[in-house]
Design a protein around this ligand. Structure first.
Ligand SMILES: *Cc1c(COP(=O)(O)O)cnc(C)c1O
Length: 352
């Protein structure tokens, strides 16, 4: 039986993407060669990365004259460092809204480079909410936000209005709902949650922002070098980039971000409705800040844990345990998750 994969990351991929990726490992483009044994500078792979970049700009509705699309190594975690290296001038300050583990990690790394002004934090309530009406000072080099908090299941519905550049970690909700991407200056996302397989990280950079930090930046960490070399300063993650290209094409064919948003809202609704209806469960995140991607909840009576988990397992429900720092349950229902699988989980919850 195929599992219903609620894993938070690496996470579910669309069947078609998996089929095509598997085929390319064996014989790519009928070359009688594998995708992972040909040069990244070959015409066949150059087409892949160029197509992936074009799809990103199209889905984000951004202009390629202003923004550059990069596929980087090192995960979203390396972007915690790269953003600071490239955007935080010596002696400058960065502003952060701390909405959980990933924001905190980004803050920790940025402090290596300079001063961090934590403008707001929801730590006081176990990161159950998104701080509102945060005052953004003008003396910060940039504001850093985490759009969706994978561990706690909270998500921004509206972003702060500010004149300063905005950097956003969209690892767990990129292309899941319509967002005005032009309000951001750097957008980054590890591919393994919503746009592919682990091994590559999408970075979208507003080009006019670069070259101002006054730092000597190692080549691999330097956005301008990566732009000049079209993400090929060194050998890129060819397979992961290919999977992302297929995923983005799948998303486009589905009708793009607007179409997937409708599906994502429908999936989240049936699950949250059940959490709110069923006296056995209680949601973790505050209602108004609930994530469409990571649905966090707890059992009211822990004595039902064993039975619930047995029922889930018997139904083929995979990976709904909450993050070790929060406990309880977390159902990650990313773009590729079919509503039928969410319904299976809802049925399990009903049967408890
Ligand atoms: C998973 C995750 C990360 C870390 O991603 P890596 O690619 O493993 O470095 C960072 N931010 C958010 C919001 C995440 O969900």
């Amino acid at each position: 039986m195929k599992k219903h994969n609620f894993s938070a990351g690496p996470s579910i991929l669309p069947d078609e993407v998996m089929q095509q990726a598997a085929k390319a490992i064996l014989n790519f483009n009928n070359l009688d060669l594998s995708l992972i044994e040909i040069s990244h500078r070959s015409a066949d792979f150059t087409q892949v990365i160029n197509k992936a970049k074009a799809l990103v700009l199209e889905l984000a509705n951004l202009n390629g004259d202003d923004y550059e699309v990069l596929f980087q190594h090192g995960g979203a975690s390396t972007q915690f460092i790269m953003t600071a290296y490239n955007l935080l001038p010596i002696g400058g300050k960065a502003g952060f809204v701390d909405t959980g583990t990933w924001s905190s990690k980004a803050i920790k790394e940025t402090k290596i480079f300079g001063e961090v002004n934590t403008l707001a934090s929801s730590k006081d309530q176990g990161y159950k909410y998104i701080p509102k009406n945060v005052i953004i000072p003008n003396d910060i080099a940039y504001l850093h936000l985490t759009s969706n908090n994978t561990i706690y299941g909270t998500q921004y519905t509206a972003y702060p209005n500010t004149e300063v550049p905005v950097v956003v970690d969209m690892s767990s909700d990129i292309f899941s709902k319509k967002v005005d991407f032009s309000q951001f200056d750097v957008i980054y996302a590890g591919a393994q949650k919503n746009i592919g397989a682990a091994g590559t990280t999408l970075v979208i950079v507003k080009k006019s922002l670069l070259g101002k930090s006054g730092r000597t930046i190692p080549s691999m960490m330097n956005y301008q070098v990566q732009i000049d070399k079209s993400s090929m300063f060194n050998t890129p993650s060819v397979f992961s980039i290919y999977v992302s290209m297929l995923y983005l094409q799948w998303l486009k064919d589905l009708g793009g971000v607007e179409a997937v948003e409708k599906l994502n809202r429908a999936k989240a609704k049936i699950l949250y409705d059940e959490i709110d209806r069923n006296p056995n469960f209680i949601g973790y995140a505050n209602k108004e800040d609930r994530s469409l991607m990571n649905v966090t909840f707890n059992l009211v009576d822990d004595r039902k844990k064993e039975r619930f988990e047995q029922l889930a397992k018997a139904a083929g429900v995979h990976a709904i345990n909450g993050h070790r720092s929060v406990g309880g349950y977390r159902a990650s229902i990313y773009n590729a998750m079919p509503i039928e699988s969410v319904q299976v989980l809802v049925d399990v919850m009903k049967s408890l």
